[in-house]
Each structure stands twice: as structure tokens, then as C-alpha cells.
Design a protein around this ligand. Structure first.
Ligand SMILES: Cc1cc2nc3c(=O)[nH]c(=O)nc-3n(C[C@H](O)[C@H](O)[C@H](O)COP(=O)(O)O)c2cc1C
Length: 327
């Protein structure tokens, strides 16, 4: 019997309750494959795969399969932004299912239609949540588990601590995964000890040999301390965790007055969000691939505090698993 076995590992068929979360623009196929090959599960971010790393989705999924036949997951951001985006996401999900992916992490919108498609072939869907209101909505949509995004997370951070989310959502009767703030093996073991069925990490896996992010970005993560992480609205219109660099200090972290008004306006908010999502897709891609020669804004969470070297992703999975087994 695997000492790290949880409801989650049994559902998805993995050994270590560790997810390398989807990261736009940092999820490249080599990183996803390395985490899965080591016994955790890597999540494909389809926009990152196609737009940043220039791999057509089906071909990219097959390239992962050539490296490992262990389970991988797929990130479906189901926010209603445009008809073209929704159509694209539906096609991507069909391709992922055809290529054998059976674990999906939905984020931001109503996961119901994804659940219907994925359950029809026996797959599993977890949804990203930051509070109980969204958790209840996702459960009404039929999801099998919840990714509890806490206030320390990279990407779109939540507002509650991991412990608070455990207390707020622990009675919902589905497996809970903690996301945010875990940068070292001791924090991984501690988080599982709270009772979570797994831990999703992002920032830790940017500082790996497999991640294709620019070395300036990786070095910025090694140098940063938790207090250097700030939330900025200037990338996507909603707060995103970034390292406070001279560039961030110069441009500030608040959306402009006009954009704030537009984001609150009943009719204009849709266009404001669309503007931000297109702008952020381009800007983040450049910042991640070009390093400080572009603009130094680097997304990262407070887990930077536990990260002090660039390592192969598989070594991280094995070290974290050993610490949790020994705890
Ligand atoms: C650079 C970056 C990009 C991210 N992009 C996404 C994304 O595209 N979709 C998503 O669901 N979560 C995204 N996340 C969140 C991660 O999947 C994960 O939940 C989070 O990083 C966990 O916090 P940590 O960074 O402290 O480990 C992103 C996080 C980072 C750091």
C-alpha cells in the first residue's frame, strides 16, 4: 500500500498527491511530462501549449505520451469571454479526451458542460475555488473535487489561508487539494497533514530545468522573498501575484481609473475583460520568454520563500514525496 495514497491519487491513478498546476505561460510539455513521470501529475495549459510553446494540442499531447504513459491533466478556463474562445475550448477538450486525458481542472466559470463531457467517458473534474460560494456552485455543476486556492498562491490568488479554506470547505464531502504557498518539502508535508488530499504547486516548478521560462525569471524567483510578492490588477484586471521588481514599482499595481470604471460597468465590463485577456496573453508570453530585456514582470506566489535552486522537476516530486512519507 502506498503511504501517500489519498482519495485523489486513487481517483486519478497516481502515486504522489502532488499536482504541477497549469501555468500560462510557463507550462511547457517537458515540464508536464517530467512531473507525471515522477509520480505526481502535470497539467497541460492549452493556451500556453499552442500560443507560447507553438505545439498544436494533439501533437503536444502525443509528445508528452512519448515521454511518459502516466496520467496527465488538462486545464479548462471556462470563463465566458468570447464565442470564439468557448468554441476553441470545446474542441480542445474533445481532443484531450480523444488522446486519453481523464483529469480536468476547470477554473473561473460554470464547469457543468465540462463535467458532462468528461463524466461520459469516466473522467474526473476538479474546480478551482477561493471561497465557499464558488465551491457550492461548482458542486452543483457536478465536480468531483475542489482545488482550494489560498491567499499565498501564484496566479490569481485567493483571500483565505490554507487552514481557513480547510475549515470552510472540509464538510462538503469531496476531496480538497490545497493550492498556494508550498515551495519546499516541509511545507508539502505540513499541508498534507492538515488533511488535504493533495497539493497543487505552480511557482516551485518554474524554477526547474524543464521549464522553458527565461533564466532571468527563474533567478528572480530564487532571489525573491515572500514579502516581495504583490498583487497587481494591471495584467488581467483582477489581482495577479507578481514579484515586486523596479518595473512593477514604476507602473504601480492598480488598474487605471478608466479601466476600473469599465470593469464595473454592466455593458463595458465584458469588453474591458476581453481587452485585458488579450493584452495579458501577449505581455506574459514576452515577459516569460524574454526575461528582463522586455519588462520585468514575473508572476510568482509567496512560495518563493522556500525555493533556492533550479532543479529537475522529478527530483522535486521525489524529495517532496520522501518528506511526506517520513512525516
Ligand atoms: C505563472 C503562473 C501562471 C498560472 N497560470 C494559471 C493558469 O493558466 N490556469 C490556472 O488554472 N492556474 C494558473 N496558475 C495557478 C497555479 O496552477 C497554481 O494553482 C498556483 O501557482 C499555486 O500556487 P504557488 O505558485 O504558490 O505554488 C498560475 C500560477 C502561476 C505562478
Amino acid at each position: 500500500m502506498n503511504a501517500l495514497s489519498t482519495v485523489f491519487t486513487r481517483q486519478v491513478g497516481i502515486e504522489v498527491p502532488l499536482i504541477c498546476g497549469a501555468m500560462y505561460p510557463c507550462s511547457n510539455l517537458e515540464l508536464v511530462a517530467a512531473v507525471s513521470a515522477a509520480g505526481g501529475i502535470g497539467i497541460v495549459q492549452p493556451i500556453s501549449m499552442s500560443f507560447v510553446h507553438k505545439r498544436e494540442l494533439r501533437e503536444g499531447l502525443r509528445a508528452i505520451r512519448a515521454i511518459t504513459d502516466r496520467p496527465i491533466g488538462f486545464n479548462a478556463i471556462v470563463e465566458k469571454s468570447s464565442k470564439a474562445y468557448e468554441d476553441r475550448m470545446r474542441k480542445w477538450i474533445d481532443i484531450a479526451l480523444e488522446e486519453g486525458v481523464r483529469f480536468f481542472i476547470t477554473a473561473l466559470g460554470d464547469p457543468r458542460w465540462v463535467v458532462e463531457r468528461v463524466h461520459a467517458v469516466g473522467g474526473i473534474v476538479y474546480h478551482d475555488v477561493t471561497e465557499r460560494k464558488w465551491a457550492e456552485k461548482a458542486l452543483a455543476g457536478g465536480v468531483d473535487g475542489l482545488i482550494c486556492v489560498n491567499r499565498d498562491a501564484g496566479g490569481h490568488a485567493g483571500t483565505a489561508s490554507a487552514e481557513q479554506l480547510w475549515r470552510d470547505l472540509g464538510d462538503l464531502g469531496v476531496p480538497l487539494i490545497a493550492a498556494g504557498g508550498v515551495g519546499d518539502a516541509a511545507a508539502f508535508a505540513r499541508t498534507l497533514d492538515i488533511g488535504f488530499a493533495g497539493v497543487q504547486l505552480g511557482t516551485r516548478f518554474i524554477a526547474t530545468t524543464e521549464c522553458r521560462a527565461h533564466d532571468d525569471y527563474k533567478q528572480a524567483i530564487l532571489r525573491a522573498r515572500p514579502e516581495d510578492i504583490v498583487l497587481t490588477e494591471r495584467i488581467s484586471g483582477v489581482p495577479v501575484a507578481v514579484i515586486k521588481t523596479p518595473y512593477i514599482e514604476k507602473v504601480g499595481t492598480e488598474a487605471s481609473f478608466l479601466m476600473k470604471r469599465a470593469l464595473q460597468h454592466a455593458k463595458l465590463k465584458h469588453y474591458a475583460r476581453l481587452y485585458y485577456s488579450v493584452k495579458s496573453v501577449f505581455e506574459l508570453r514576452r515577459a516569460s520568454l524574454q526575461g528582463v530585456s522586455y519588462r520585468d514582470f514575473f508572476q510568482a506566489g509567496k512560495s518563493v520563500g522556500g525555493i533556492d535552486s533550479v532543479e529537475p522537476a522529478g527530483d522535486i516530486v521525489r524529495r517532496f514525496a520522501a518528506a511526506a512519507r517520513a512525516a
